[in-house]
Write a protein that binds this ligand. Structure first.
Ligand code: 1HN
Length: 374
């Protein structure tokens, strides 16, 4: 008998299937897992996304939101008439990607979504309609087509539709990230958002929406943006002028025919929200994006126009309101023909950047070497 065996340890030679089996049984019983059976899963050569490349059509989403508007009241407890995109790779959970929530929310005329606050960072993006105001810490913010309305975590907020027509919009939140991080807090507030009138410009815009000028307030700059509305007229003008500058021989675009802007915190010039990056992209007719892959996941919504979009193995012709997901490290590209396209995008990039995990790679689409993409 060897010394090891005498001391109760295993003598690994010669191998014995019965003793191996015994080892695995004892490991399991003690809630232990050996690395050597798991290494392939734990250490893939590159990220293998659990979420799938997936497309949700606005023409399917909107009628379902309207039907929910007929059938389901907005009340304390349920809180919001929001219908989440559930990525088919994520086990039926209401997660568009492993880190991002995306939903269509719908409010009938006269309805109120009750006040509450949560640790999750959130935003609204409006692809069509107007008439709802979101009230953030008592500051009513009117919502109109093309507006990006961030809503930093732990601010009280409720919504009110003071118009005579229903309105739908896109909600983005970091719910899945905060679920994995076990950082979620939530608190109920007032049951109603009152008032019949909201100013055209919120208090946050009157303080913070002056280009290149920030108020000299004391204290550390806020980690999330104090500006609660990024208006379409500004986004549209910024994109028009990037393209006009390219026409004038002073290219300032992301790549030829592709203008893009990021929504930033005016106090820091960093991302508007600590965990979510939001951008707007405009492609001229005939323009394309360089195929690329990035660590981290994104959700896109088509604001206007049409394009062919390639994500991983998928190719879709997308149009107004359509939403699609780009999973981590999957190759994606946008291609326009006679029509240009306007795309809203949000992603978890700030998280990866802050953790030193960001990577991206420019590539070509798999079929390009074999005669080009149709
Ligand atoms: C929330 O507060 C809103 O305020 C939307 O509109 C979606 C999903 C889960 C939890 C809170 C909103 C939400 C949410």
């Amino acid at each position: 008998m060897t010394e090891a065996a005498a001391g109760g340890r295993l003598d690994i030679r010669p191998s014995s299937p019965a003793r191996e089996e015994e080892l695995y049984r004892r490991l399991g019983a003690e809630q232990l897992v050996p690395l050597w059976t798991e290494i392939g899963d734990l250490m893939p050569a590159e990220p293998t996304a659990r979420g799938h490349a997936h497309l949700w059509r606005w023409t399917s989403l909107l009628p379902l939101a309207e039907l929910a508007g007929d059938l389901i009241p907005v009340e304390r407890g349920g809180e919001r008439r929001a219908i989440a995109l559930a990525n088919p790779g994520l086990g039926g959970r209401p997660f568009a990607t492993p880190t991002l929530w995306a939903a269509i929310q719908y409010l009938n005329p006269g309805e109120n979504a009750p006040e509450h606050r949560h640790s999750q960072h959130a935003f609204r993006f409006v692809v069509e309609g107007e008439g709802v105001w979101t009230v953030v810490n008592g500051d009513p913010v009117v919502m109109r087509r093309g507006d990006f309305l961030p809503q930093p975590g732990w601010n009280w907020h409720g919504h009110r539709n003071a118009a005579t027509t229903a309105m739908a919009w896109l909600d983005g939140l970091d719910i899945p990230l905060q679920s994995w991080l076990e950082s979620t807090f939530f608190e109920f507030g007032a049951a109603r958002v009152d008032g019949d009138d909201a100013p055209m410009r919120s208090r946050s815009e009157r303080l913070w929406a002056h280009p290149g000028l920030r108020p000299l307030v004391s204290g550390a700059p806020p980690a999330a943006t104090p500006l609660l509305a990024y208006r379409w007229e500004h986004t549209d003008r910024a994109l028009c002028e990037q393209l006009a500058s390219e026409d004038d021989g002073h290219p300032a675009t992301a790549e030829p025919g592709h203008a893009a802007v990021r929504y930033t915190n005016p106090a820091t010039a960093g991302d508007a929200l600590p965990t979510i990056r939001a951008e707007f992209h405009r492609f001229r007719p005939g323009a394309s994006s360089t195929p690329r892959r990035e660590v981290g996941s994104s959700v896109f919504q088509v604001f206007d126009g049409e394009a062919d979009v390639h994500v991983g193995e998928a190719t879709w012709r997308v149009g107004r309101g359509d939403l699609f997901v780009v999973p981590s490290w999957q190759l994606w590209a946008v291609r326009c023909d006679a029509t240009g396209v306007d795309l809203f995008r949000f992603s978890d990039a700030p998280v990866y950047e802050r953790l030193g995990l960001h990577r991206e790679q420019v590539d070509s689409l798999p079929t390009e070497g074999r005669g080009g993409v149709p």
